[in-house]
Design a protein around this ligand. Sequence first.
Ligand code: PAF
Length: 291
Amino acid sequence: MQTVDQLDPLRRAVEGLRADGPVAIVPTMGALHEGHLTLVREARQRAAHVVASIFVNPRQFGVGEDLDAYPRPRERDLELLAGEGVSLVWAPTVEVMYPAGYATNVSVSGVSEELCGAARPGHFDGVATVVCKLFNQVRPDMAFFGEKDWQQLAVIRRMARDLDLVAPYADAIHGVATVREADGLAMSSRNGYLTADERARAEALPAAMHKAIAALEAGGDVGSVLDEVARELLAAGFVSVDYVELRDPDRLRPVVALGEHGARLFVAARIGRARLIDNMAVGGAKAVPSR
Ligand code: PAF
């Protein structure tokens, strides 16, 4: 496995890999867990080579967020990626990604603006900008992202369609199912911020969501069911609830009554130093994301 941090060696290395067949990218901010490794495994099934990027992107962190505290266990990350058969790691510095004079922003309106976009203004501009740059730098045939960040996946697909990206085409942007701990908590690099007590309480998040899904599928009133999720999280020790929302899976528009196509339940809530997010399918054909 080769690791590069400059653009010229990156481009030369990717051209070499491309001779063997399709190249996939798995973009990450490092602090890897089983969820990231699952993305790599999925990518390896479909591509001749996997390029993983590790870049803690300052543009997607707001003022007062955890940019400085974000874990950066570089050696461990590289060992994990090598163990999964990644061919190339792209790990640019902030100066390489955003050189002096950098002035361009990619902003996807609509789908970026609600849920986490409302709670974290500018976050998805940062994500879209860096992912657009990663795609242009690596020019992969396909890309893999976790469904835990469902809204992020929707933003990236919208961007790829709107900008007519060819590397990768919008249809080659794959979402991979969320990987969960034994108690149902979605894996996240930010789970490491939790104390043992907070971690034990955090299982209330997937539990409340499963209970809400059962209630919604049994015909429960959407507003009352969503309110109950927030109440349960606060009772379990979450300090605040950013949102509990039922949305359509593609454009993320509010759903007020569960229809035959189903919907998706989205929750973001804070416990201790961590802001946890999760989403799950409700009804329908389990509301798969469209490409
Ligand atoms: O999901 C993440 O880890 C990041 O948002 C991404 C896609 C690597 C962009 O920085």
